[in-house]
Design a protein around this ligand. Structure first.
Ligand SMILES: [Zn+2]
Length: 104
């Protein structure tokens, strides 16, 4: 493992927390989507649970990509234009791959 700066280490631990949280959410939703067929419909339909699970899946992918960028040394650099992603933006969105201009 590459020795990361302290800021990167902090972001890495935030991303790992987020990944664990999303992973639990994802498992719950998948279970809900499959087990609900045995029950009467609740407030969330199978389709809605599946859509939410898909959204979580793509957020998980973004978190994994951010963790890979920390390992490879590309974290904090916009994957589209190569400019530095503002610290405030990374603070708010640790998995951000794009700078504000490219994301906007
Ligand atoms: Zn950019």
């Amino acid at each position: 493992m590459r020795i990361s700066s302290r800021a990167e280490w902090q972001q890495q631990s935030r991303l790992l927390d987020e990944r664990a949280r999303l992973g639990r959410l994802y498992a719950d939703l998948r279970t809900a989507a499959t087990s609900r067929r045995d029950y009467e419909p609740h407030d969330v339909t199978d389709d809605e649970a599946a859509i939410q699970a898909d959204a979580i899946e793509s957020r998980l992918a973004a978190v994994d990509e951010a963790l890979e960028r920390i390992e490879s040394g590309g974290y904090g650099t916009c994957t589209a234009c190569g400019s530095h992603i503002a610290d405030e933006r990374l603070e708010a969105l640790p998995a951000a791959a794009l700078c504000r201009r490219c994301a906007g």
